[in-house]
Design a protein around this ligand. Structure first.
Ligand code: RRO
Length: 310
């Protein structure tokens, strides 16, 4: 069977990538993923300037997932730009550059630099970081997203994906899809973590992470049904040429299978990659191949988007 995948003419040996933010902040992290059985790699979302992020403890693994309030710690735009250019020169076209400005002006500044650079790969604009103090998730401000996309596509003609927060009402799917459909967006990636959950240790009667009084983004099993609904909901509403990346709650080949049934072209693994490391890509890839063989599917297109409903 083949797990070959493609986004806008860029081919991936398989559909499994890390999710932005997880074990992908340094050159060493990024190279570990690139040389693993992953189909590609996504960088930690970059801000214009390097950031230390929020105070620790700022992430906690949980029986059903994780909570984090990292606060966008990263080495800054120039560091990741240099990395992706170097990887491109070495022949890798499967490296995705994630950017997350602290303001629309910062997003535009980084995208202008990318536009003027020789980078020819996928760019993922993160509109959904839940953890920067005083900065709401842009993806929940529909007017701001529309205005930003309008500004971006006045000059940007490379391949741009959007990392969205989870939506919970079908009117939100309708409204966001209608905005995105007006622009030459390459892909939508759903979902980022479910923002501002609160996990408590009842023994100590204390929140388990420190920033923001314990509020943080939820990932892992907590997120999977919401992620599947968002992938499915956007696939049903976006124009066909806009592709989908599914992120949320993937820790087995069956989870990947379900994301693809909802319409995912590629998938990204966050929480489970954080706890397991790079061996997860080989494990999940084997599991998915076994499922495909068992079901008689030879390629992802045989079942992509083909979820049945009652
Ligand atoms: O760094 C973070 O706190 C973070 C980011 Br930028 C994001 O997009 N999603 C998340 O769960 N954490």
């Amino acid at each position: 069977v083949s797990m070959q995948a493609e986004i806008a003419g860029i081919s991936f040996d398989n559909l499994l990538l890390n999710a932005a933010g997880i074990r992908c902040s340094t050159v060493q992290d990024l190279n570990s993923i690139l040389t693993s059985e992953a189909g590609g790699v996504v960088t930690k979302s970059a801000t214009v300037e390097e950031r230390a992020g929020n105070e620790s403890p700022r992430m906690r693994a949980l029986p059903l997932g994780s909570i984090n309030s990292m606060g966008l710690p990263n080495h800054g735009f120039d560091y990741y730009m240099a990395y992706v250019l170097k990887a491109q020169s070495a022949g890798y076209n499967n490296v995705i550059l994630s950017v997350a400005g602290l303001s629309p002006a910062d997003d535009l500044l980084m995208l202008r630099e990318i536009q003027q650079s020789g980078f020819d790969g996928l760019v993922e604009l993160n509109l959904s970081c839940p953890n920067v103090k005083g900065k709401p998730q842009v993806g929940y401000d529909f007017a701001a997203v529309e205005q930003l996309l309008g500004e971006i596509f006045k000059f940007f003609d490379k391949r741009l994906g959007l990392k969205l927060p989870p939506y919970f009402d079908l009117t939100q799917f309708d409204e966001m899809a209608a905005i995105i459909n007006q622009y030459p967006v390459t892909y939508v990636n759903s979902i980022n973590s479910i923002g501002n959950g609160l996990v408590i240790d009842p023994v100590t009667e204390t929140a388990v992470i420190k920033p923001k009084g314990g509020f943080g983004g939820l990932g892992g099993e907590y997120a999977k049904p919401t992620a599947l609904a968002n992938v499915r909901g956007f696939r049903q509403r976006l124009k066909p040429e806009i592709q989908m990346i599914g992120t949320g709650g993937i820790k087995s080949g069956m989870d990947v299978f379900e994301h693809v049934l909802c319409g995912a072209d590629l998938v990204q693994i966050g929480t489970a990659f954080g706890s397991e490391g790079t061996p997860i890509f080989d494990r999940i890839s084997q599991e998915l191949q076994d499922i495909m063989i068992e079901k008689g599917y030879r390629r992802l297109a045989d079942f992509r988007g083909k979820l049945k409903t009652l």
